[in-house]
Design a protein around this ligand. Structure first.
Ligand code: GLC
Length: 438
């Protein structure tokens, strides 16, 4: 590192800007490596993209009925009742949200699955639903799962800070069914298991046939797309359908240019060496990257702030609020912060979040180019997650990257927010699975 780089905050920030930049050349390299890793993952070769077949294809829009879904994401559990009218409209009839406790995230598998079963029980009580009538439930489980069928799959490894013991390598549908039995709710049948990206894609494509990508930009990040079965070389079964949605687990992509802050964050994390893209892009980590920059600037005397020594004390929500002009410092008990320091912090937030959005944009560009190299068709990308929904300018920064890569043809790509998509989509998947059994 050049020793002269940082005598003033301004010089430090311009050094930081170059450290976090994602140029068009970088984007082309990301796309190239994505295609390599996608090919390997689909062939069953060693790859940082797991490319997991989901046993689901896109819906027809004619699926009909009332369905229950359980959505276990990063920080929340949601139980949802979804009504499908068979004409492309999916309505959220009821939803209950529960915050996942620290014991459930880091304790035993039984504690976690008992907690989930308790959440379902509370939902039944809150919605005054009868406790005995047989019903189907779709399970959105937003972690890497080696899926064996539409309603079974083993957890490969935890991500997003979960360390619950005794779940990796086990079938999560069976674990949920056992917990439901323990709580006298054996009348609930787990009909489908889906990743949140797959739910999001299915929810949007229920009404929009142009939708061919599902992306999550929230606590974690990931994407899926419909792949031709003939190209999934590691998948040996044949089915009625010519395509199957593939959960890429793109958070694991490991061919990005990391800097010293990324390396420090990774070394201190629960899953060091894994989830490189996720750690540079997703909401769980952006606050921590910014905090590491702030701590270094404090140490160098370039910021005169006393706080920020606690890991993960600065969240992505703080960054997002700062970008909206809100006061970040009162949350940390700091009343007298100079205008110059405030401006420096805003710049750090902008630099860290812009890199995230540009990497996400390059990753979307890679998947679209894989499906349609000359961008001949229109593509709707269904996106869920607070980073995309709430972070000021995130969407524009992603769109700028798509424009850099594809020029005018980028207009054929529509980025679309699908709120609650993961839960609604898995209910649609549940509907397909339930009708197949009848
Ligand atoms: C993590 C999980 C992945 C999920 C994503 C978004 O990357 O491994 O399965 O889709 O977070 O929630």
């Amino acid at each position: 590192m050049n020793k002269d780089f940082a005598h003033t905050p301004d010089r430090f920030l311009s050094h930081l800007e170059s450290l976090f930049s994602v140029t068009l050349q970088d984007a082309r390299e990301i796309m190239f490596h994505f295609h390599e890793e996608m090919r390997r993952g689909l062939a069953g070769e060693r790859s940082s993209l797991k490319m997991i077949p989901s046993f689901v294809s896109r819906p027809k829009g004619t699926e009909k009925g009332n369905f229950l879904a359980l959505d276990l994401g990063g920080t929340n559990i949601r139980v949802l009742a979804v009504e499908l009218d068979g004409k492309g409209n999916a309505t959220l009839a009821a939803v209950s949200r529960f915050v996942i406790s620290h014991e459930a995230m880091g304790g035993s598998g039984d504690t976690l699955f008992n907690f989930i079963a308790d959440c379902i029980q509370s939902f039944f009580r809150e919605q005054h639903l009868g406790m005995q009538q047989a019903c189907d439930l779709a399970f959105t489980f937003s972690f890497p799962v080696e899926q064996r069928s539409i309603a079974s799959g083993k957890l490969i490894c935890w991500t997003k800070g979960f360390t619950t013991s005794g779940v990796e390598g086990r079938d999560v549908v069976a674990l949920l069914a056992e917990a439901l039995q323990r709580k006298d709710m054996g009348f609930i049948h787990v009909a489908a298991l889906a990743n949140d990206t797959v739910g999001t894609l299915v929810a949007k494509s229920y009404a929009d046939p142009d939708c061919d990508m599902g992306v999550i930009l929230g606590t974690g990040t990931n994407a899926c797309y419909p792949e031709k079965i003939a190209r999934i070389l590691k998948y040996h079964c044949s089915g009625a359908s010519a395509e199957m949605i593939v959960n890429m687990e793109w958070g694991g992509f490991d061919k990005l240019k990391t800097n010293r802050y990324d390396q420090v964050l990774d070394r201190a994390s629960h899953n060091s060496g894994l989830q490189q893209l996720e750690k540079m892009v997703s909401g769980m980590y952006l606050g921590e990257i910014a905090r590491l920059v702030i701590v270094e600037m404090i140490e160098k005397g370039l910021l005169s702030l006393p706080a920020f020594s606690e890991a993960y004390a600065l969240t992505t929500e703080h960054l997002s609020n700062t970008a909206q002009g809100q006061d970040l410092f009162s949350d940390f008990g700091l009343a007298h912060v100079s205008a110059a320091d405030r401006q420096t912090i805003r710049e750090i937030c902008r630099i860290v979040s812009t890199r995230s959005a540009r990497i996400a944009g390059a990753a979307i560009a890679a998947v679209i180019a894989w499906m349609d190299a000359d961008l001949e068709s229109s593509h709707t990308v269904a996106i869920d997650g607070a980073l995309f929904e709430k972070y000021p300018g995130f969407n524009n920064n992603m769109t700028d990257m798509l424009l850099d890569v594809f020029g005018d043809r980028a207009k054929r790509i529509k980025l679309y927010l699908v709120k609650d998509g993961s839960g609604i989509g898995s209910a649609i998947i549940g509907a397909v699975a339930a009708s197949a059994r009848r």
